[in-house]
Every structure is written in C-alpha cells, then in structure tokens.
Design a protein around this ligand. Structure first.
Ligand code: C2O
Length: 589
C-alpha cells in the first residue's frame, strides 16, 4: 500500500515540502554553456573539409532547458569568421539585445572576441534551434535547443519512453570560405545528425541509427537546419503523431509524411509498433520553384530505426518518398491540416481586432549587374528579391536596434508600405504596363515599419510570379504568429478573408508560403525592439527578402527597450563581414 501524504511522519512530510520548495527554485535554473567557435576538419563524404563548428561537433551541442530557465551562453570566437548566434524561435521578451540577428540587434562577434548571451526562456515549450546569423555560416554552426516543461508539469500528450533530436543539415563538399565568394553551388548532400547515410559515397557505414524497443513510444524532435531546402521526412511502415510545430503544441495529427521548411521544427510521437526489424527514416528535397533554379539531386538521405532484436543481415524497409509530381499537394496537405492545441499550455485566443493590416508581395526580382561582374540572372542581370517591391539593405555600420535606440538618423527609413506600389496579377505575373515592369526592379533600402506596443498585426504574404513562383519560408524574430490560412493564386479579401481560421489556427515562427500562393498571419507586437521578418532560405538573405519591424515602448520601464549591454559587439568598418549584396549571385540550393 502506498503511504498517503497525511499519514507520513512529520519529518518526512517536511522533507517532501522542502523538495517541492527546491523544485520550484529548480524550475528557474540558470543553464550555462560555453560555445567555443573553432575551425575543425570533418569528412562527411570523401573529402576532408575545414569548417567552423561550435565545440568541434556537427551539428553543434544540444541545449536542454526547462521553460522558465535562464540560458547563458558564452560564445568564444576562435574561428576565422565574424559571427552572431541567433536563438531561432525564442521570444526574447525583455531581452531584444540577445536575439543575435546580425546588423539588426548587434554587430557580429569578431574573431578572437567573446560575447555572452543571457536571456530567460518563458512562455514556450518544444523544439527550437540555435544557428549563426551571418551568410552561409549557419550551414555548420547550428544545434538543437530543447525546452521542456518546468519540473512537475507534464507534456500535454502521453509521456514518451525516450526522446531523440533529428537535425537536418545541408552539406557542400567545399571550403566554406569559397561559398561566400561565388554563387553558392548546388549542395553535395544533406545530413541527418551530421551523417549522410548509406546513399552517399564514403558514407555507407555512417548513418544515424535510432535504437528502439518494440511497443515503446519515442518523441522525435525534428529540426530543418538546412540552408535553402524544404525537406520531406518519412519513416518506412510507420505513421507518426505530430504534437508540436515550432515549439507550439498542436492537436495530435497523424501522418505518414512531413514537410519542414528551413527554420521549421516538428515534434512527433513514433510508436515502435511494427515487426522487429530495421526501417529507414528518410528525407528528400521538396522543390517548389519552376525550371529556373539549378536543383539539387532528388536523392533520398537515410537514417535508420533499429528494433531491439533485429538481425543485421536483413535489409531495412524503405518508404516511397513523394514524387516531384505530387510534392506540392503533399506539402500543402501536411502544412495546412495542422491546428493548435486549444486550451493547451500557452494557448491564447486569436485577437479579433486588427490594428495594422498589411498585404506584402514576396518573391524574386532583378537588378543591374555591377560592372566587371558576371551575373547569373536572365539577360545577364542579377537576381534579387523583395517584399512589396523593396529589397532590404542591411545596415553597414551600426545595428538597426542601436540606431533606433540612440536615435541615429540615416540608418533606416520608417516607410515600409502596407501595400505594394501597384495592384497586379501577382501569382501570374506578366508585364503589360510600365508600372508592372517596375515591379521586376525593386528599390533597395533599409525600410522598417513601426508598430505601437501591443498592437495586433495582420500580414497577408502573397508570393509573386516575378522570375518564378516559389515557396519561401517566412520567419519572424521575436514572436510566434497565428497562421490563419493558406491558399494558391491571388489572395482575394472578399473571398478569402471569411475563410480564415480564427478558432484553432496553428502557430509558427516560420511558415512556408505556397508557391504562387499566400498565407495570412496575425501576431501581437508585445515585445519592444527591432525584429526582422525574412525568408529563411539563407541564399535569400543577400537577395534582401527581409523587412524589419520596430515595436515601440509600452507604458512602463518593464515594457520598454532597455540600453544595450555594455559589451555588445561593435562594428568594425570592414564591409566584407556584413551580408553584402555583392556576395551571392545566382540561385543556389
Ligand atoms: Cu533562423 Cu533570422 O533566423
């Protein structure tokens, strides 16, 4: 018989009370890490390559925290690159200087310099990740950031037997410095937890293996840390139950396939309910753009589930991956069917009143090729990108947030429009008039939109057919947004606004806009500071598919932007370290 609490001797009761007391203290722990950024030699395929890493590993270290903890990371930059580390999806409430967005919230940490990131993680649970936020470097500088409930709080789903992070990466078998200096070539492989698996040369015996026991349930914490590619993920003969996306709980959603854009995460329960054996867990690129882009090979990348008791002589079961033909509909089905866990932890009702309505066109464009350079775009011009016909120009000498805080003029203009300059047939773009022709050549400037504290913002992002339609993963720093709806073609308010889901929409920090389609998002600007909204394809950062919000102070010091920490990295005047528009030209995957 179990002793009930009240029948226990007093001393033991006191012991339990003090345990409770300590556990409530323990629920606000300080979790401290040292990130030694250094170049090391790795060999995922046949050639040795020197790459920047955190603590020598690829992917970098997994950070485990509980909701309510303070995370402290000392970044010691012993690499040859200037870097920042961004905590992708972390709200950074009251800590906007810790967001790690290069030239937005700080200048980069120079080689042989240090910086300590320190912030609380509150009001969110699930799987996120950290990554470098400087062109291309996040290819090798990334790792999982796992937020579990505070102690004593259960998951809102059956407790898994074990948990396993699965980090997808993209690999170029090239010196990473070369990647910065020419059009990024097509990648050579994708990696699952740093390994290319048995479908790649020199990698046959290096494959991530998840050992399972028949009948047990596992929580897969899946992260797409690839630079430029949406990835399908599928497990042979097993279905999974999605319980969270981008660290926001979902209504349990059963599926045999998933799609993750760069920057998205999925938590899914996997029950080992099949006969004892070995089963591939595989990824394959999802390519939504038409012909123009040089495409990486549609080659399956494998990892493996190994049941306890399986014999190594049988070959693993494989799954049929989505084909190029059905990939758009497969991706759309998965993305659009997920809903939020209403009433679950951190769920809040969708605000009905909207203060700021924005309609933002998003896609590619062209600009004049600089003299003495060769450009890969149509008729020798350079490919660029835009939001509402603006190409974002990264500040060059001071971060946007410092320019705002210190009121330094000439760094940005507060004029990001609520509408593109003209109305046109966005998704089926054709030039009939001069003003339509102007839409191909966006204006390059550092343009922001200022928001009142606590205002509700609705953004409809409309993908254009300028150059080509393509699914871009739009990522917002500092906030989660509700995804109220997805559609193909042009967003027509009279038809589409009434179909938006205001009841249980999914929440994300990154959303894949359907190719030639739209998404409708809503968020509450409750976090003063400078926050960017950008395409999470790394190749599209230098294209300028970025805009920034500045959220004004609230009524109290608590809700106001505080001065930056005194050791916030300052800019040197070496222009090569910034996300200069002259680096990547040409489309790259
Ligand atoms: Cu994960 Cu601004 O990005």
């Amino acid at each position: 018989m179990k002793p009930s609490y009240t029948t226990m001797p007093l001393a033991i009761q006191a012991f339990f009370v003090s345990l409770l007391f300590f556990s409530s203290i323990a629920s606000a722990a300080i979790v401290e890490h040292v990130f030694q950024v250094k170049n090391v030699v790795v060999k995922p395929l046949c050639k040795e390559q020197r790459i920047p890493t955190v603590n020598g590993s690829l992917p970098g270290p997994t950070i485990n925290v509980r909701e309510g903890d303070t995370l402290v990371v000392h970044v010691i930059n012993n690499s040859t690159f200037s870097i920042t580390i961004h905590w992708h999806g972390v709200f950074q409430l009251k800590s906007p200087w810790m967001d790690g967005a290069n030239m937005i919230t700080q200048c980069p940490i120079q080689p042989r310099n240090n910086f300590t990131y320190r912030f609380d993680i509150t009001g969110q649970e699930g799987t996120l990740f950290w990554h470098a936020h400087v062109v291309n470097l996040r290819a090798t500088l990334h790792g999982a950031l796992i937020i579990r409930p505070r102690s004593g709080r259960p998951y809102p789903f059956p407790k898994p037997y074990k948990e396993a992070p699965l980090v997808f990466g993209q690999w170029w078998d090239t010196d990473i410095e070369q990647l910065n200096l020419r059009p990024a070539p097509i990648c050579d492989a994708y990696l699952i937890n740093g390994l290319a698996g048995d479908s790649y040369p020199c990698s046959e015996n290096r494959m991530f293996k998840l050992k399972v026991i028949q009948g047990k349930t596992y929580l897969l914490r899946i992260i797409n840390a690839a630079l430029n590619t949406h990835l399908f993920f599928k497990i042979a003969d097993h279905n999974v139950t999605v319980v969270s996306v981008d660290a926001a709980y979902t209504t349990p959603y059963g599926s045999d396939v998933m799609i993750l854009t760069p920057g998205q995460t999925v938590d899914a329960l996997l029950t080992a309910d099949q006969p004892i054996g070995m089963y591939y867990m595989s990824i394959i690129p999802y390519l939504s753009a038409s012909s123009l882009a040089p495409a990486p090979p549609r080659k399956v990348i494998n990892s493996l589930i190994v049941y306890k008791g399986a014999t190594s002589t049988t070959s693993p079961s494989r799954s049929l991956m989505p084909s190029q033909i059905n990939s758009v509909s497969t991706a759309h089905r998965f993305s659009s069917n997920i809903t939020s866990l209403v009433g679950g932890p951190y769920w809040t009702l969708v605000p009905r009143h909207v203060d700021e309505k924005m309609f933002v066109t998003m896609g590619l464009g062209l600009e004049q090729c600089p003299s003495e350079t060769k450009c890969a775009g149509p008729s020798g011009q350079r490919i660029t990108g835009s939001l509402s016909n603006r190409t974002f120009l990264m500040p060059g000498t001071i971060s946007l947030q410092e320019a705002y805080f210190y009121n330094i003029s000439g760094v940005y203009t507060d004029d990001f429009p609520d509408q593109p300059p003209i109305k046109f047939d966005y998704a089926n773009f054709r030039v009939h008039t001069d003003s339509e022709k102007k839409m191909i050549f966006p204006e390059r400037k550092t343009s922001v939109k200022t928001l009142k504290y606590n205002s509700t913002v609705e953004i409809v992002v409309q993908n254009t057919g300028i150059i080509t339609t393509e699914s871009h993963p739009m990522h917002l720093h500092g906030f989660n947004f509700y995804v109220l709806g997805y559609g193909f073609g042009n967003y027509v308010p009279a038809r589409d606004a009434k179909k938006l889901n205001l009841v249980n929409p999914q929440m994300h920090n990154t959303v894949g806009v359907p190719p030639g389609g739209w998404v409708a998002l809503r968020f509450i600007a409750n976090n003063p500071g400078a926050w960017i909204f950008h395409c999470h394809m790394d190749a599209h950062l230098p294209y300028g598919i970025i805009m920034a919000f500045i959220v004004e102070n609230g009524p109290t010091p608590e809700t106001s932007l505080q001065p930056p920490p005194s050791n916030l990295p300052q800019c040197t005047h070496d222009p090569t370290i910034y996300e200069s528009p002259t680096t990547n030209v040409g489309l790259s995957y």
